[in-house]
Ligand binder design. Structure first.
Ligand code: ARG
Length: 572
C-alpha cells in the first residue's frame, strides 16, 4: 500500500474531524485542500465557507469545530483559522523529512498504481495513406503517445490503434497512378497524391480506369488489393520513420486502418436497423441522434450507408466503437483527434449509446487545437515556407545544435546526439505544455529558449543536477533528509506533489499539467541550489541530505520527461 498524497492525507483528517464535530459525511476528494500560495503556509483548506451555508453556521465556527476535532498525529501543526474561515496547514518538519526519505526509496516516486486497471482503446496519430502527416497528425501523435505512457504508468492497459486513412474512393486513382509509375519518386507523398489528382482531373481515360479500380478494390480483387497494399506499406514506412525519429511507441501491430473495419460495416448497419434506429434519407441509411441540429433547427444525420451502398467515415467509426468494446473488451474509448471533429465524435457516441454499445463504457473525444505560426496562420520555416514534418524536425535539430554548441563541453559527436534530444524534445514539449484544447503559436525562439517553461530548460536543469551529483561522488543512500531551510522545505513539498501532478495529468488526459509541475520543480530546485550549497554544505549530514534532495529531483525530472516521451541526457 502506497501512502496517500499529502493533500489527501490532510483531506482524510479534515473529513474525519468534520464527522466528529458535526456528524456530517463528506468524501475526502471534496475537502477543498489546495497548495497554499501564502508564505509560511503549506496547504489551505477552504471547506468551512461552503459548508457554513449547508450547516447554517458561520464558517469560522465550522472551521473551529474542525480544528478542535482534528487528529493530526504529527503530520501538521494545529491549523490556524484565517480570514472568513480558511484553515492554514503547516506540515511538521519531521513528518516531511520522513515522507521525502520514503519517496526516495520508492522506484515509482510515490505514485500509486490504479486499484482498478482499465483497458483503454486509444486512437491516435491516424494519418492518411499517400499523404504527408500534417501538423494535426503530429499533435495527435505526440499527445496520444504521452497519454499512452501516462496511462500505462498508472497501471492501465492501453490498446493503441492507429486509424490510418487507407480506404475510400481516392485509392482508385492512387493505385492507377502507382501502376503507371511503379518505381516513381515517393519521397514526397503529397506530390504523389497531387500528381494522381491532376491526372484524374485532366485525363478522362485515367479517371475511368480509376473508377473501375475502386470497384475492383471494394469487391476484393486480389491483384488490386496487392497494389493497394504496396501503397499502404510505402506510406507506413514514411510514418514509421517519423515515429522513430519522434520516439513514438506506435508499431505496425497498432495499425487498425479504416480498411480493417470493412468486414464489420454490414453488421453495424444491420444492428442499427434491427434496433429501429435508422431512417432512409435521400436514399442513404441514416441515424438522426437526438439533440443534433443545424442552425436552421433541422436534425443532423449520421450517414451509415451511402445511397450507392458504400460506407463512409462515420460508419467506420461506429464500427470502431463496436469492435473495441465487444471484441476487445475496452472499458474506455479515447480518440485523440483535432477539435474540428468534435461533433462527429459526439454523434458517433450518441448513436453508439442508443445502440447499447457503450453500456458501462467511457467514450471521449480527446480534442486539440491547431498549431499556428506567429502570423496566426499555419506554421512555416524561418525562411517563410510551408514545411513537411521531416523538414520541421531537421530544422528543430539544427537549431538545437546551435543552442547546445553555445556552451557545451561535449565532443562534436556527443553534441549531435544531444541536439537530437533537445530539438525533438522542444517540438514535443511545445505541443504538450499548452492546454491541448487551445490553439498555440509555434515559435522557434520560445520553443528553444533556455529559460521559461521549455524542455530545454528542464533538460539543462537535469544535466546540471547530474553534474552536481557526479561531483558529489558516492553518498550513503539512506542519509536522513534534513529540511531546515525554507528553500529545502519548498523543494521537498514540490517533490512530494509528483504523484498529484501525475494523477491530475492522467485523469484529465492533460499532459500540460505534468509540464507545469516539472517546470515548478526545476524552478524550485534552482532556488534551493542558490540558497543551499550542496557540495560545500556546512556539515557532512547536511551535504548528504542535500545530495539526496538533488538526486530525487533528478529522478523526478527524468521520470516526468520520460512520461512525456522526452529524453533527458545526463550531459549537455
Ligand atoms: N485520418 C483522419 C484524419 O486525418 C483521422 C482519423 C481519426 N480517427 C478516427 N477514428 N476517426 O482526419
Amino acid at each position: 500500500m502506497r501512502k496517500p498524497e499529502v493533500s489527501e492525507e490532510l483531506a482524510r483528517r479534515v473529513v474525519a474531524a468534520l464527522r466528529r464535530a458535526f456528524d456530517v459525511d463528506l468524501d475526502p476528494s471534496a475537502a477543498l485542500i489546495a497548495v497554499s500560495t501564502r508564505d509560511g503556509v503549506d496547504y489551505q483548506c477552504n471547506l468551512a465557507m461552503s459548508l457554513g451555508k449547508r450547516l447554517g453556521k458561520p464558517p469560522r465556527e465550522v472551521a473551529a469545530g474542525i480544528v478542535e476535532n482534528l487528529e493530526l498525529d504529527g503530520v501538521a501543526d494545529r491549523p490556524e483559522i484565517a480570514g472568513p474561515g480558511f484553515l492554514n496547514f503547516v506540515l511538521r518538519r519531521e513528518w516531511l523529512e520522513q515522507r521525502v526519505a520514503e519517496q526516495a526509496k520508492d522506484d515509482r516516486l510515490g505514485v500509486a498504481e490504479a486499484e482498478q486497471p482499465r483497458r483503454v482503446a486509444l486512437d491516435y496519430s491516424s494519418p492518411n495513406v499517400a499523404k504527408e502527416m500534417h501538423v494535426g497528425h503530429v499533435r495527435s501523435t505526440v499527445i496520444g503517445d504521452a497519454i499512452t505512457r501516462l496511462l500505462r504508468f498508472a497501471g492501465h492497459e492501453v490498446l493503441p490503434h492507429n486509424h490510418l486513412g487507407d480506404w475510400g474512393t481516392p485509392f482508385g486513382m492512387l493505385i492507377e497512378h502507382h501502376l503507371d509509375e511503379p518505381s516513381g519518386d515517393r519521397s514526397d507523398l503529397n506530390a504523389f497524391y497531387q500528381a494522381a489528382r491532376r491526372k484524374f482531373d485532366a485525363d478522362e481515360a485515367f479517371a475511368n480506369r480509376s473508377r473501375e479500380r475502386v470497384v475492383k478494390l471494394q469487391s476484393g480483387d486480389p491483384e488490386t488489393l496487392a497494389f493497394w497494399q504496396e501503397l499502404v506499406d510505402e506510406s507506413t514506412r514514411h510514418f514509421n520513420a517519423a515515429y522513430r525519429r519522434l520516439g513514438i511507441t506506435l508499431t505496425d501491430d497498432d495499425i487498425y486502418g479504416e480498411s480493417f473495419y470493412n468486414p464489420y460495416l454490414g453488421e453495424v448497419v444491420d444492428e442499427l436497423e434491427a434496433d429501429g434506429l435508422t431512417e432512409i434519407s435521400d436514399g442513404a441509411v441514416c441515424v438522426f441522434p437526438e439533440g443534433f441540429t443545424n442552425r436552421e433547427g433541422d436534425r443532423l444525420p449520421l450517414i451509415v450507408r451511402k445511397r450507392d451502398g458504400g460506407y463512409g467515415y462515420a460508419a467506420t467509426d461506429l464500427a470502431t466503437v463496436r469492435y473495441w468494446t465487444a471484441e476487445r473488451g475496452a472499458t474506455d474509448l479515447l480518440y485523440v483527434v483535432g477539435a474540428p471533429q468534435a461533433q462527429h465524435f459526439a454523434m458517433v457516441f450518441a448513436v453508439s449509446r442508443a445502440a447499447g454499445w457503450l453500456d458501462g463504457v467511457h467514450a471521449e473525444h480527446i480534442g486539440f487545437g491547431s498549431i499556428l505560426g506567429a502570423d496566426g496562420k499555419v506554421i512555416r520555416t524561418r525562411a517563410g515556407e510551408t514545411i513537411k514534418l521531416s523538414s520541421l524536425l531537421d530544422e528543430a535539430v539544427a537549431q538545437a545544435a546551435e543552442v547546445v554548441a553555445e556552451r557545451s563541453q561535449l565532443s562534436k559527436e556527443e553534441q549531435q546526439e544531444v541536439a537530437h534530444a533537445v530539438g525533438i524534445g522542444a517540438v514535443k514539449y511545445a505541443d504538450l505544455s499548452s492546454d491541448r484544447e487551445r490553439d498555440y503559436v509555434f515559435d522557434w525562439d520560445r520553443m528553444l529558449a533556455k529559460d521559461g517553461n521549455t524542455s530545454v530548460y528542464l533538460q539543462y536543469a537535469h544535466a546540471r543536477i547530474e553534474s552536481i551529483l557526479a561531483k558529489a561522488g558516492e553518498t550513503a543512500e539512506e542519509a536522513p533528509v534534513l529540511l531546515k531551510e525554507p528553500a529545502e522545505r519548498a523543494l521537498a513539498l514540490t517533490l512530494l506533489r509528483f504523484s498529484e501532478a501525475i494523477s491530475a495529468a492522467t485523469s484529465a488526459y492533460a499532459p500540460h499539467k505534468l509540464c507545469t509541475y516539472l517546470y515548478d520543480t526545476a524552478v524550485t530546485f534552482s532556488r534551493f541550489y542558490e540558497q543551499c550549497p550542496v557540495l560545500t554544505a556546512e556539515t557532512s549530514e547536511l551535504r548528504a541530505s542535500r545530495v539526496q534532495l538533488a538526486k530525487l529531483t533528478s529522478r523526478t525530472l527524468v521520470q516526468g520527461l520520460g512520461l512525456l516521451g522526452i529524453e533527458a541526457p545526463n550531459r549537455l
